[in-house]
Every structure is written in structure tokens, then in C-alpha cells.
Ligand binder design. Structure first.
Ligand SMILES: [Zn+2]
Length: 385
């Protein structure tokens, strides 16, 4: 029977079955969880880590399982790059320096390193990856490495070949629709719309379902995309400001909320050393979550823009059944011009290019500005009548 740890992971039958079997039959020391963003890789990594550390092999009910899944167990080390790429020193300090130590808690069966954004391990010249490789090749008995990536094509093959690869797929639209209806109580039509718009990204679909603000942003971004062709320079600047404000929003809320969590945890700390550890962990966790939130928000901007122009292209060629933003079908029909197709496709490409750039580029203002200008140029260049 499947471990209850995996019960909340939706639409990843094969990946979950492989991880579950590994817990049952004996895991290897390194896994690569690879697949598109928002499909449950991190959640699965935590569930699997709980199974490795739990004294009962992943009961899903004990204190150990609970803390691992909340990301606060001392024997599950979360590793994320501080900058765009991992540095050698980060890998040394966070992993190899203490990999030989026994688990921190007496009843833990393992120490697990969850290495996020693993494609960034290649660093500037491959040193972080090569350094980690040595550790992975001869791991201490109690150490496990769960590498997570949504850009597997950017991974160094030497690392990939040392890991058992667990592939995650986009979550099918009907599965997302059912999840939104059952878990968040959405009416069918709305659930189906968000499932479609999310294109397999369950996390984004859930955000749309439960967060009114996110729904509002989607509407605003679609309006901006619609109005961009007629927008003057002042309006375009205002759009950039609005988009960036959107990306920053929620960051302070998150900090306040996590501060409360920290206070609660500190009450349970056993001694000064433990307090210190919790505070350090908190700092790192906060930075990581804030960065992730910002990246997600900026990703949403390029996604919504790409989606709008893709829909315009579909509407222009009369393929309305494939439109993502069904709630905007009337506007799309009005706006789509049959001879606009090349321009719409250029606009889609500009948005996708920006998405790639934003993954490594810290200058969000520059990247978003370039995107809006490139799209505007594409749309005005063609003789759209
Ligand atoms: Zn347990």
C-alpha cells in the first residue's frame, strides 16, 4: 500500500509510485526530481525525505514526518543558491562539510539534502557540481541527496548520470479541474477555466482558485496585454511600475507571517544552540521564500502576456476551441485580426524570451520594459488594419 505521505500529491502517478517503491525496497542515495514548475516536485521531495528520516519508514503521522513536511526538521537540509548560480563555497558549507555527521536527532534514520534549483549547480565553471559529485559518488550510509530542477536540460550530464531520475509531468487539465472543485470548492466552470489557463501548473491553478488578489492580477495583466498596442510611452512606464509593484507585493506579508512562526518555534527551543539554529534557518527560509515568490509573480507576468497573444493568434486563425483565456473570448474575437498572426507570434516569443531572461536576470525592470517594448514594436510593425 502506498505511504500516506504521498496522498496529497495530485496527477503524478508514476513519479509517486517510483518514490514509494524506493521507500519500500530500499532507496539509492541520489535522486533527481525533474519536471515543469508547479507540478509537485518540492512537495514530493519533502514527502520522500520524511519517509527516509521517519523511524517508522514514512508513517505520515509522527512528529518527524510532520516536521519534515513542514520543512523544519534538522535532519533535512534545504539547499538553495543565494545568487543566480551555486558557488563552490556554498556547496562545501551547506553539504560536504558536515555530510559525514550522524543525524542530528537520535531516532532519525537519515540526513537528507534537498538541493533545489539543481541546474544552477553548474556554477560559473562547473566546480560546485564537480565537488558535489565526489560526495554523491561515495556517500556516507545515512546521507541522501534529492536534487530538484525544472530545467533538466541545463543540468550537467555527469550529475544526472549519478542520480535516479524521477520525472514529473504537467498535471492534466481534468485532474486540476477536479482538484480545484474538491479541495477549494470551486464551481465547475471556474475550475475548468483556471485549470486550462494554468497549462498543467497545479500550483498556479490553486493560487488562482484560492487567492482573489492573484485573480485580480491576472485580469489586470490581460487588460495590459490587450491595451498595449495603443499605449503611449507614459502608459507603458506606468505598466512597468504596476507590474513590478505586483511582483514585490506579498513579500512583507510573508515576512510577518514567518516571524510569527519563528516566535512559536523558539518557545520550544531546548537551548541557546537550538535557538541559534532556528533563527539562522528562519533567515534562510525567509530569503528563499521571498525570492521564490518574486520569481513566481514575474513568471506569471510573462505567462499571462504569452497566453494573451497566443490566444489572439488562435482567434485570428479561427481556432477558438484551443483558446486558454475562455473568459475573454468576446474580447479576443474583437481584437484578433486575420493578418495579425505573425505579429502575435512575435509577441508570444518576446514574452517567452523574457521568462527565460528573468530566470537569471536580476534586473526585472529592464527585462519587463524590454518585453513591453518588443511586443509593442511587433504589433505596430505589421500593417494591422
Ligand atoms: Zn513518521
Amino acid at each position: 500500500m502506498q505511504s500516506p505521505l504521498f496522498s496529497s500529491i495530485v496527477g503524478q502517478g508514476l513519479a509517486v509510485a517510483m518514490l514509494d517503491k524506493a521507500l519500500e525496497r530500499g532507496p539509492v542515495h541520489a535522486y533527481l526530481l525533474a519536471g515543469p514548475p508547479g507540478v509537485g516536485k518540492t512537495e514530493a521531495a519533502l514527502a520522500f525525505a520524511a519517509g527516509l528520516v521517519c523511524p517508522q519508514g514514512g508513517c505520515g503521522r509522527c512528529n518527524t514526518c510532520r516536521r519534515v513536511q513542514e520543512g523544519i526538521h534538522p535532519d533535512v537540509e534545504w539547499v538553495a543558491p543565494e545568487g543566480n548560480l551555486y558557488r563552490l563555497e556554498e556547496v562545501q558549507e551547506r553539504i560536504s562539510r558536515h555530510v559525514a555527521y550522524r543525524p542530528y536527532e537520535a531516532d532519525s534514520r537519515a540526513r537528507v539534502y534537498v538541493i533545489t534549483e539543481a541546474e544552477r549547480l553548474r556554477g560559473a565553471h562547473g566546480e560546485p557540481a564537480n565537488h558535489l559529485l565526489k560526495t554523491i559518488e561515495e556517500p556516507p550510509r545515512h546521507a541522501y541527496f534529492l536534487l530538484v530542477t525544472d530545467q533538466p536540460q541545463d543540468m550537467l550530464s555527469t550529475i544526472v548520470s549519478r542520480c535516479q531520475v524521477i520525472e514529473f509531468r504537467p498535471v492534466p487539465v481534468p485532474v486540476i479541474t477536479a482538484d480545484l472543485m474538491n479541495r477549494w470548492g470551486l464551481p465547475q466552470a471556474e475550475a475548468a477555466l483556471f485549470a486550462r489557463v494554468a497549462e498543467g501548473d497545479l500550483e498556479y491553478a490553486r493560487e488562482l482558485a484560492r487567492d482573489e488578489k492573484v485573480r485580480h492580477w491576472r485580469d489586470r495583466l490581460l487588460d495590459m496585454a490587450r491595451d498595449l498596442p495603443g499605449a503611449g510611452p507614459v502608459m507603458t512606464e506606468a505598466a512597468i511600475d504596476e507590474v513590478l509593484a505586483m511582483a514585490e507585493q506579498g513579500s512583507e506579508e510573508l515576512a510577518a507571517q514567518m516571524k510569527e512562526e519563528l516566535e512559536r518555534r523558539l518557545e520550544w527551543a531546548s537551548d541557546a544552540r537550538d535557538r541559534n539554529r532556528l533563527e539562522k534557518e528562519h533567515e534562510r527560509l525567509l530569503k528563499r521564500r521571498q525570492r521564490r515568490l518574486r520569481t513566481q509573480r514575474l513568471g506569471m507576468v510573462t505567462r499571462v502576456f504569452a497566453g494573451w497573444y497566443r490566444d489572439l493568434a488562435l482567434a485570428a486563425v479561427g481556432a477558438e476551441e484551443a483558446v486558454l483565456n475562455r473568459d475573454r473570448l468576446a474580447e479576443l474575437r474583437l481584437a484578433a485580426l486575420p493578418d495579425g498572426l505573425p505579429a502575435y507570434l512575435d509577441a508570444v516569443l518576446a514574452a517567452r524570451r523574457t521568462r527565460e531572461r528573468l530566470r537569471y536576470n536580476v534586473d526585472a525592470r529592464g527585462a519587463i520594459g524590454d518585453m513591453l517594448r518588443a511586443i509593442k514594436e511587433a504589433l505596430t510593425q505589421w500593417p494591422l488594419s
